[in-house]
Design a protein around this ligand. Sequence first.
Ligand SMILES: [Zn+2]
Length: 304
Amino acid sequence: MHRLTLAIVAAAMVAVARPAAATINVVTSIPDLADVTRHVGGDLVEVKSLATGVEDIHAVPMKPMYAVTLNRADILVVLGLEAEHAFIPGLLEASRNPKIQRDASGYIDASVYIQPLEVPTRLDRSLGDQHPMGNPHYNLDPVRMKDAARAIAEGLAKNDPAHEATYKQNLAAYLVTLDAAIARWQQEAAPLKGKKLVSYHPDMIYFAERFGMEAVGTIELRAGVDPTPSHVEDLEKMMRETNVNFVVRELHYPAGLADTIAQVTGATLVQLPVMAGGLPQTQDYIAFIDYNLRTMLNAQSGGT
Ligand SMILES: [Zn+2]
């Protein structure tokens, strides 16, 4: 009897010591992708994002710690379309991890099913353009993020074929949740229809298009190129003539110029994060889109 009890205790300890199943270690470039990957991967994955959501995706610093994180990763998920040019290529090299290099199965490009906007007809990197493959800020469009979720589910299944059915099921469940949110957002966004906005960087185009608004210009001269006085003058003239409603200041860009342009032209200044995780109330993807839409609607109705 005593011996039997001991045997049971020993068996239980082994069961506790050994994890139920080895989880897959996934690293994503930005928090939006981490949240989607957590939904699609469920308890089969452990997910961590490199960026926290407060950074400019075109200028995320290459911290040595990130190379260590990537060295231990089984899978890397990126937004793609060269969005992470500032940090991912360098960190991948430093990671010395063959599993997640660009041509390996552990490299999941979430943009493979995305139809990008603003694809340049002529590629000229000498102009300093940050969007050589088209506009990469599709994370602000919840409908395109459904395509990203599909790419992530397929990527996970490719790396872990034994659980393909689970990833498909999790994806289907997440898409139901996201579709319900999209239907609600599209109703709520009705007062924004036809409204015009200018943003600091060309990162609001997908959001604007999805919710019936028009992104008509940027404070930057081009993506990644600082404004010149004559550009600002032309922009203000255009904004007055066409009655632009909003100036969007993304939280990682300077406030002063955006504020001045809004005041001079009579537009309303709206301050928004452009990635999930940038604010305490935008920790998951749906909460992030919720926050941005609510903030825009408050600005439209004259609130703050
Ligand atoms: Zn950009």
